[in-house]
Design a protein. Sequence first.
Length: 475
Amino acid sequence: MKYETVIGLEVHAELSTKTKAFCACEYTFGAEVNSQCCPICTAMPGTLPVLNKAVVEYAMKLGLSTGCTINKDSRFDRKNYFYPDLPSGYQISQHFVPICQNGELEFFHKGEKRKTRINRIHMEEDTAKLLHGVASNGGTLIDFNRCGVPLLEIVTEPDLRSGDEAKDLLEALRMLLATLDICNCKMQEGAIRCDINVSVRPLGQTEYGTRVEMKNVSTFSGAILAIEYESNRQIELIESGSAVSQETRRWDEQENKSVSMRTKENAADYRYFPEPNLTPVIVDDAWLKAMEETLPELPIPKFDRYRSLNIPESESWMLVEQLDKAFFFEKCTELGANPRNAANWILGHITARLNKSGISINDSPLSAAALCEILELVEKAKINLDAGKRVADEIFDNGGSPAEIVEKLSLAQVSDKGELEQLITEVLKANEKSVTDYKNGKTNAFGFLVGQCMKASKGKANPQIINSLLKEALG
């Protein structure tokens, strides 16, 4: 029997606000243990939470970018469970009335545009972090720095059908969060974490199978492996005559398998009730409009625009994914650069130099204006491509302007036909065997002769003119 895998995601995105969700503490990943916490985020008696306005605005931006309905009167609730990383015994979240509902996220899968429905996006606080095995007695310690850090939870409908499809959607969500500048998206720091709901059913069946949740998958590649593993595990259970239990499992990235944590019948286990210490979040039309006006160009429309500029698909995606390079590219096109040439240089030679120097394009010694000048020199045949790269390298190493460097290094391209004809005559005399080979049908000899001409000109000859004149000379 053939089976279909049904997948829904619950993605937690850590917001890059200056302070936590309900107190004035800042949060920096890797800071000294318990150095960024206060009586509020550690839930000391008598303290009260105060909502960070930026958390609401970040949630609205993501909701608007995914076509969600923004609830103008949303509420906070207490999600009750008792675990050492939750000092209050409950998590402040949104259960009954989330801020965003009923949207969709567009993404590409195997070259085709897909859409996944978003059930809801809600605001909540993060927990503390358990440090296992670090105490002198081998026990567990707690770092409260992360406690109270604002999160957005993005809950999709069960519209996905494979690990690869889920990975592509997660990549699209990561790009969107980065474009909106509301999350640093550093998965190695836990900025994006994913819970995955997986069930299987016979192909063609409309009724869903029993859902299993896998907690805190921390990499996109791990998401693929987790989905494949869980799908195969459920199919094996069904075909052996056993039932799939509704439960929560933990994905072990070292062992590449899931491990049962607890059975879970429904969300009522958390005994949600309204948070009495926070007022409703009221969004008026003016605030909503102000948030709409702050939205940047989103990834999919930006990709479509880059493709319309004749930039290849792979390069378009690279620009969309790398916001700093996209911004540099935009500056180049504003200055009149040919879009395809600019993209090729930025993602090729310039990126290689940046990697060699260990710097970002924001710190590049080569400005957008200087790159545009190099591109113009190459396009107008005043220097050739190799000379253009030498100019860029010189700016990286020693600074200067393109025009000055071309003059200093004598890089101006030779396009004078008389001068090049004389050079070709000398090359042909020095390479009579290759001339004979070419006339006898060995076409690769032509490439050798072009190379000898370029060598004789010290790389300064115009290659297009060399090719044309060489063909004439060889008959």
